[in-house]
Design a protein around this ligand. Structure first.
Ligand SMILES: Nc1ncnc2c1ncn2[C@@H]1O[C@H](COP(=O)(O)OP(=O)(O)OP(=O)(O)O)[C@@H](O)[C@H]1O
Ligand SMILES: [Mg+2]
Length: 237
């Protein structure tokens, strides 16, 4: 399979404090990969390093092109969508305005309109609430908006940082079904950060376990689910 995102010997630091150490990780075209680990393991930092929000060293290739020297803006323009933890929607703006902001770097009006209606097909509730202020949406709706906004930039890889955080189980189930559909129907690759390992492993093709900034295990999601000692050591049962 073709590596869409290939990370080799990545290190990253906040100032002088190094938080990622010699990481190797890859996501294949059309694949869902899960990045798992305890609080503080470095999951958010990994996504931030990929997106260029954190100073990093090493090699990050996206669609065969080095992106580790590029700015956040340039990485996004090449097709990496990032839905940060805490969602980051603009609360004072409407749903529609938030979605339009996602397409701010695009000028293909027809394509933008087409993508907007596709997003409303996936998330009908966003259409129902299109004039509502984003800050007044429920947590689940805000997460959907955050994903929708990222999709408006037409990414081929989506980085999702704990999309299930704070949401009721039924809402999470619906959201994850949509992630699966986006992957299958649109060919969207996903790198998913999750605390809920079972949820993530059910969705993912392969998974990486991160411990204090180091990948300690990688393999197919199925293999990790079957591995009792890994499960006990890292996934809490
Ligand atoms: N802005 C920052 N400045 C300095 N250190 C930071 C900063 N943000 C995170 N860190 C440190 O980097 C390490 C990794 O944090 P990170 O947020 O990537 O972990 P995480 O796996 O996403 O955790 P969580 O599950 O709690 O979201 C932690 O030790 C954290 O204290
Ligand atoms: Mg985090």
């Amino acid at each position: 399979m073709k590596g869409q995102l290939v990370i080799r010997s990545l290190t990253a630091a906040y100032g002088s404090s190094r938080v990622l150490h010699d990481m190797n990780l890859s996501v294949n075209v059309g694949e869902i990969a899960a990045l798992l680990g305890a609080n503080g393991a470095g999951k958010t930092s990994t996504l931030r390093a990929i997106s260029g929000m954190l100073s990093r060293q090493g090699c990050i290739e996206f669609n065969g092109r080095r992106i580790d020297q590029l700015s956040t803006e340039e990485v996004a323009r090449l097709g990496v969508g990032h839905v940060p933890d805490g969602r980051g929607t603009f609360g004072a703006l409407s749903v529609l305005e938030n979605l339009q902001l996602g397409a701010i770097r695009r000028s293909d009006k027809v394509g933008i309109n087409g993508d907007m209606s596709r997003i409303f097909d996936y998330f009908p509730v966003l259409f129902d609430r299109r004039t509502q202020q984003a800050g007044t949406l429920s947590g689940g709706e805000q997460q959907m908006l955050a994903v929708g906004r990222a999709l408006m930039a037409r990414p081929s890889l989506l980085l999702l940082d704990e999309p299930s955080f704070g949401l009721a189980p039924l809402v999470v189930r619906d959201l994850f079904l949509i992630f699966r559909r986006l992957n299958k129907e649109q060919g969207l690759s996903i790198l998913l950060v999750e605390q809920n390992a079972h949820l993530a492993l059910d969705l993912a093709d392969q998974a990486f376990l991160l411990e204090t900034g180091r990948i300690v295990f990688s393999g197919s999601a199925e293999a990790i689910q079957r591995n009792d000692s890994i499960r006990r050591a890292y996934l809490g049962n």
